[in-house]
Design a protein around this ligand. Structure first.
Ligand code: FPP
Ligand code: ZN
Length: 452
């Protein structure tokens, strides 16, 4: 049985390598100005494909399936990354539709009247944050959502995807992600989550969906991001995780999701974001490797002795941050307790200095996404496959991660040399790597929810 899987994987691998090589051979054989044209992000075509996808939800958003908040998220997030926006009518339809997916007892289902589910709750919350503005943000019933999250908590410390559903790392991430971004995270929600995720880190170093299963990029992103959000990332074996993730970038430039499997454009985000997050964990990694965290003469010389870096403060649990002005004039709650401090880990994290170079070849990943995944409107897994909104969302998210992987500070644009293809045409908006929402939309939501 197992040998059949390996044989099939090898045949498939050779086929993908051949198809990708043909694309690259052609690309390298043409003059530079024609190369530049081929590398262009087809913004208008992507925007058209995405808005058609969103409109397909119908005038009253009535298509029947259990994935509609996901379709909203994939399309709206992709549109935000392109720096585009949708018209007011479509925006209102989307807010109304998502409101109808919200369960009266909290959480969001796959469609109106469907049982609430953590995955669609994450998709709906991220969609509403991406839409932004008071109408979208205030439509989320945070009190009821908190109750729903508590109901999904399992005795193992993990979360269930839905009432009676499976407990896995996805559920832990989606629950913690929405609780954190909505500023409703507390000790009761967090309790035992770290133990559960830790039990899913495998001998390879990546993280599996559940204990005893195989390490996979999707779950590794979920596990790592959740551990950072609950401030327990130092419990993971990070050197082993690095060993695992650095070998997931294939000869084609794209990432594979797991050992001996094929590259796929969507892992540009799942694995690319894992590498991006680890770049900001330099001090924890050094500590685990038994290396000194005395960062050397250059940093000691230009900062005062008593001053801790943002990452050191985080490690020491002394982190505080500048409170942004609250638009409603109320005090933020950040300084109230340690728990509230955890609620802002997502903000503190992106403002950390990065002292580690990217753990993957960021230009080569962009090459894979642009030449092998990009289609005439939308993105695909690999050559030979069709486009879809899921791959469009995660190819664009991964492209953004790769473009910004050399920038030292959140909010600063990448250098032209770090963006593959024509700079002004290809440069995307930045994502918040822990939530995968566009960074400015994240800031807006943070300000809005810190005042409630
Ligand atoms: C936030 C959220 C809900 C995250 C989900 C994360 C995610 C993408 C998990 C992957 C699930 C999985 C085991 C796919 C394997 O599919 P496969 O066997 O078809 O693909 P492969 O050959 O590439 O492993
Ligand atoms: Zn995929």
């Amino acid at each position: 049985m197992e040998s059949r899987r390996v044989t099939k994987t090898l045949e498939d691998q050779w086929m993908v390598e051949r198809q990708v090589r043909e694309i690259y051979d052609y690309f390298y054989s043409i003059p530079p100005n024609s190369q530049s044209v081929i590398l262009e992000l087809q913004r208008d075509k992507h925007f058209g494909y995405l808005t058609r996808g969103l409109t397909k939800l119908g005038p009253s958003f009535s298509v029947l399936d259990a994935n509609r908040p996901w379709l909203c998220y994939w399309t709206l997030h992709s549109i935000a990354l392109l720096g585009e926006s949708i018209d007011a009518k479509l925006e209102n339809d989307a807010i109304d539709f998502l409101t109808r997916c919200q369960d009266k007892d909290g959480g969001y289902g796959g469609g109106p009247g469907q049982m609430p589910h953590l995955a669609t709750t994450y998709a709906a919350v991220n969609s509403l944050i991406t839409l932004g503005g008071p109408k979208a943000l205030s439509s989320i019933n945070r009190e009821k959502l908190y109750t729903f999250l508590l109901q999904m908590k399992d005795t193992s410390g993990g979360f269930r995807m839905h009432d009676g559903g499976e407990v896995d790392v996805r559920a832990c991430y989606t629950a913690i992600s929405v609780a954190s971004i909505l500023n409703i995270v507390d000790d009761e929600l967090i309790h035992g989550v770290g133990n559960y995720i830790l039990s899913c880190q495998t001998y390879e170093g990546g993280i599996a969906g559940e204990p005893g299963a195989e390490a996979h990029g999707g779950y590794t992103f979920c596990g790592l991001a959740a551990m950072i959000l609950i401030n327990e990332v130092n419990r993971l074996d990070l050197p082993r995780l690095i060993d695992w993730v650095v070998f997931r970038q294939g000869v084609e430039g794209g990432f594979q999701g797991r050992t001996n499997k094929l590259v796929d454009g969507c892992y540009s985000f799942w694995q690319g974001a894992v590498a991006f997050l680890i770049q900001r964990l330099n001090l924890v990694v050094r500590e685990q490797l038994g290396l000194s965290n005395d960062l050397g003469t250059e940093s000691a010389d230009d900062s005062s002795d008593s001053e801790l870096s943002a990452e050191e403060e985080h490690l020491e649990g002394t982190s505080s941050h500048v409170q942004e002005t609250c638009p409603h004039g109320k005090e933020g709650q950040e300084n109230a307790s340690d728990t509230i401090k955890i609620a802002d880990t997502g903000y503190e994290f992106i403002n950390r200095p990065i002292a580690m170079q990217p753990l993957f070849d960021s230009l080569y990943l962009q090459q894979y996404v642009l030449l092998c995944s990009q289609m005439d409107g939308g993105f695909r897994d690999k050559p030979g496959k069709g486009r879809d909104h899921y791959h469009t969302c995660y190819c664009l998210s991964g492209l953004s991660i790769a473009q910004y992987s050399w920038t030292d500070e959140a909010d600063s644009p990448p250098l032209p040399r770090d963006v593959f293809g024509p700079y002004s045409r290809n440069l995307l908006e930045q994502v918040h790597p822990l939530f995968n929402v566009e960074l400015d939309r994240y800031y807006e939501a943070r300000k809005f929810f810190s005042c409630l």
